[in-house]
Design a protein around this ligand. Structure first.
Ligand SMILES: *Cc1c(COP(=O)(O)O)cnc(C)c1O
Length: 403
């Protein structure tokens, strides 16, 4: 029986907004309102018997902060409730989450099939790093179900993809691709950053593992790095946990505390950013010199049907193409006053980047062409500023292009 002090009986039954404020809270003997930050490396035992019991996993207390920490545990439980997963582990960054999710499960001789439209470092892990350890990889156009099917080999153990993708917001049909993976006996890992944890729940559509860069919408205010991996108890216990414990990509308690506070306000922030993004996407589409707008919430998104099926909001990311290639894209950026030039995203501050010369510079012109990343493409992460100020800033940028 839950005590009255802890509110409604079962946190799993709470609405998500409620879970994000109260889920996972562990109060110390002082009864603090806000979550406590446990900046400690280790934990003391009452007796050698208790120490022995902890090491045998017969006593649930903490041992060492590389294995677990109360503040980090609060974050893990809150993000687990949010995703509706059986279990969750926090990591030092989004890339530590991706690397842990992939490398804890695979071994030499295995094969990954991955969507090719990926965040650069994710592509490095599945395509380059894995190869050094004898894991094969086939990259496919994530929109093409036949390509996923054809890429399967007898040793395929994992499907990996991002949806929406960075930066052109291509979508992968999570349910359809998960079915192909499961028919082949492979595990499905989804990097869910661009959708935000608010608007897409890959586990409900058939995926097995969800990874986050908590650096983005979970922090939401551009402060700390962090990540999370969510999945079944079996996967976490038998694969992920040992890998993370022994290799140490641990989230710091300070960062976990920042992320916990970030989760409390995430729905409010992301909804406001999304409302502004939807208006800005329409505004941009009506401007001279803008040749294309990519936004998951617009009816002209090439995969609007899939967006409707698996996303409950368009998100705060927009990509758009300006006429005049790199020169025009640079002129626009140089004329901006309010919107900051940064390759980060999900911040309270609106951020713009030119993928061809920054995030996607290293993959080269051919891979960029394959992904539809032209020299005039700009990616905009919409923040919490007023729509009118952002629209005026972009208008000034576009006016500079026309001059
Ligand atoms: C930012 C990002 C990552 C990496 O996260 P870090 O916290 O920077 O390590 C991975 N995937 C996607 C889609 C991202 O946007």
């Amino acid at each position: 029986m839950a005590s009255k002090k802890n509110g409604p009986a079962d946190p799993q039954q709470w609405a998500r907004e409620t879970q994000l404020v109260h889920g996972g809270t562990l109060r110390s003997q002082f009864g603090e309102t806000s979550e406590a930050m446990f900046l400690t490396q280790g934990f003391v035992y009452d007796s050698p018997e208790q120490a022995e019991a902890r090491f045998k996993n017969e006593d649930p207390g903490f041992q060492y902060s590389r294995f677990g920490n109360p503040t980090v545990a609060m974050f893990e439980e809150r993000v687990r409730l949010l995703e509706g997963a059986e279990d969750a582990r926090a990591t030092a960054s989004g890339m530590a989450a991706v690397n842990g999710a992939v490398m804890s499960y695979l071994k030499a001789g295995d094969h990954i099939v991955s969507g090719r439209a990926l965040f650069g470092a994710c592509r490095y892990i599945v395509e380059t790093l894995s190869q050094r350890y004898g894991i094969g990889c086939t990259l496919v156009d994530g929109r093409d179900l036949d390509a996923w099917k054809k890429a399967v080999r007898p040793n395929t153990k994992m499907f990996f993809f991002e949806t929406p993708s960075n930066p052109t917001l291509e979508l992968v049909d999570i349910a359809a691709v998960s079915k192909i993976a499961h028919d082949a006996g492979a595990l499905v890992v989804v990097d869910n950053v661009f959708a935000t944890p608010l608007f897409q729940r890959p586990l409900q559509h058939g995926a097995d593992i969800v990874v986050y860069s908590a650096t983005k919408h979970i922090d939401g205010q551009g402060r700390c790095l962090g990540g999370a991996v969510l999945g079944s108890k079996d996967y976490v216990t038998n694969h992920l946990q040992e890998f993370l414990r022994q290799t140490g990509p641990t989230m710091s308690p300070f960062n976990a505390w920042v992320m916990l506070k970030g989760l409390e306000t995430m729905p409010v922030r992301v909804k406001a950013q999304t409302a502004t993004a939807a208006r800005l996407a329409d505004h941009l589409a009506a401007q001279k010199g803008v040749t294309r707008v990519f936004y998951c919430g617009r009816a002209d998104h090439p995969q609007a049907g899939i967006a409707k099926k698996q996303m409950t909001g368009g998100g705060q990311m927009i990509a758009f193409e300006v006429e005049g290639g790199k020169a025009a894209a640079f002129k626009l950026q140089n004329a901006l006053n309010l919107i900051k030039l940064s390759n980060n995203l999900g911040d309270a501050k609106s951020l713009i980047t030119h993928p061809a010369t920054t995030t996607h510079y290293r993959i080269g012109p051919e891979a960029r062409a394959e992904l539809g990343i032209g020299d005039g493409l700009l990616r905009l992460s919409v923040g919490l500023e007023a729509f009118e100020d952002l629209a005026a800033d972009l208008d000034a940028g576009l006016a500079a292009v026309r001059r």
